[in-house]
Design a protein around this ligand. Structure first.
Ligand SMILES: [Zn+2]
Length: 465
């Protein structure tokens, strides 16, 4: 019986105390607590500082300390978790994960000749209140995993190893920036004494040793990540696309003067020429050589700046793309995997397409869309909360009537993911008796919806890649 004055906690209240976990895990925690009390042992110390101290002690042996130079000429030691030691430690201390590695090994033994595929992703996060974020707390987080573990394991957050969490403000102080840090990191993970590409990483699976070899299959950054990782000038530069060899900035008049060149506004894919990894590396080398010549006083600043602009690359001899040893293992353009969420959904082509259509369709307003979103729509359980609030995208608070700005869809990526299908339905209903009205605009909008359809099907493995 519960002590007097203490009411019995309901499962939800337990969840509040221990954080969200499954009922099975919760039962295990309660059982473990009871066992500890029965033995007369003290319960684990609940203070945050104690928990942090325990964690620090546990990871002490896993830390790598890499000397880095600072922009102001000083030195610093960059510490992060040595990725391969981290992997061995986590797999050894987590039996279910070890089993997942064991299963993947049965399907595909990771040998030097047939290595596993390593996937690395990184992005910046701001911890704390999402409505009141402090830029000074922003952190760069890098995580990695292996493709061979399979979809089901990759979908689980805790199967991703996170060796780096670094304050963004400190990255700016380091000579060569994030791109340099990425190069250092890749050297350790792939080419170190226990590198995935050299000696292999020793894991213990249920007591049996397993040597894992892996190659970088993809690096997955967002747009800003590509800029800082690949030392690219970005989409506002003269070369707005990293992947196209013949695409130039709008209104620069360059495309008109050069053979087989296009401006960024070109919509015919047949006219676009893919830039090969070798071409990209040659451009990087050109910029590096120009930088060296400029610093030796053999080239003017104007010419040096022109070379950087025309290749779309910033001079960074310490950067990951300029590292000739790494290139053999990590061809920079081949491993680049840009994320579609930023390119297509919010602030991407889908958002733009929606705005253009709403502007072209004079018969309806944002308020009509708001009413439709508030109508009797039913959503799948996992999307229910988001779906029921989709009307907010069109509501007055987000779209202040007095602003002079053109129509803009102000929604985040997951809102747009639900919105595009509903908007397509709205448009189909609205024009079902007028097949010839706005047919060009509708075709364009529908084509964009098809793009998202195909990507989602690929994501859910319903479509051959
Ligand atoms: Zn392109």
């Amino acid at each position: 019986m519960s002590p007097k004055g203490h009411k019995r906690l309901r499962p939800q209240e337990f969840q509040c105390l221990v954080g969200r976990c499954s009922d099975v895990a919760l039962a295990r925690i309660i059982k473990e607590c009871a066992r500890v009390l029965e033995r007369g042992d003290p319960l684990p110390h609940p203070a945050r500082t104690k928990i942090a101290d325990d964690l620090r002690e546990e990871v002490q042996d896993l830390l790598a300390k890499v000397p880095m130079q600072l922009n102001d000429g000083g030195d610093t030691a960059w510490s992060f978790l040595e990725p391969n030691r981290l992997l061995a430690h986590v797999v050894e201390s987590c039996p279910p994960l070890a089993q997942a590695y064991g299963r993947a090994t049965n399907e595909h033994m990771p040998t030097r000749q047939k290595p596993w595929d390593l996937m690395i992703c990184y992005d910046e996060f701001v911890p704390g209140d999402k409505l009141k974020s402090y830029a000074a707390r922003k952190c760069m987080v890098l995580a990695y995993n292996f493709k061979q573990l399979g979809e089901e394991v990759l979908c689980k957050d805790h199967s991703w190893m996170i060796p780096i969490v670094q304050r963004s403000t400190s990255i700016h102080d380091i000579l060569g920036g994030w791109s340099h840090m990425l190069a250092k990191y890749l050297h350790i993970q792939l080419l170190g004494a226990q590198g995935l590409a050299t000696a292999g990483v020793m894991l213990l699976i249920n007591g049996a040793p397993l040597l894992v070899y892996a190659n970088v299959q993809s690096i997955l950054p967002d747009y800003d990540g590509v800029r800082i990782g690949w030392d690219w000038k970005g989409a506002s530069g003269l070369r707005p696309c990293l992947r196209c060899a013949n695409v130039f900035k709008k209104h620069t008049d360059l495309a008109a003067r050069l053979d087989n060149c296009e401006e960024i506004t070109c919509t015919d894919k047949a006219l676009l020429m893919e830039r090969t990894n070798t071409e990209f590396e040659e451009d990087v080398d050109l910029v590096t050589e120009a930088g060296v010549a400029y610093m030796a006083g053999e080239m003017t600043l104007e010419r040096f700046t022109d070379i950087q602009r025309s290749t779309g690359q910033n001079f960074n001899p310490l950067g990951f793309v300029a590292d000739k040893t790494l290139r053999v293992h990590v061809p920079p353009l081949d491993v680049l995997n840009q994320d579609w969420v930023h390119g297509i959904l919010s602030d991407g082509i889908m958002g733009q397409e929606m705005c253009c259509f709403i502007e072209a369709d004079l018969g309806v307003s944002m308020a009509d869309y708001e009413t439709f979103m508030k109508s009797d729509l039913r959503f799948p359980k996992h999307y229910y909360t988001k779906g029921a609030r989709l009307w907010r995208v069109f509501d007055e608070h987000r779209n202040k009537p007095d602003n002079e700005e053109p129509t803009k869809i102000k929604g985040d990526a997951s809102e747009l993911m639900g919105l595009y299908a509903l908007m397509r339905h709205f448009v189909e209903l609205r024009f079902k008796d007028q097949p010839h009205e706005l047919d060009v605009e509708r075709a364009s909008f529908n084509a964009c919806c098809d793009v998202v359809d195909v990507i989602l099907q690929m994501k859910n493995c319903l479509f051959g890649s």
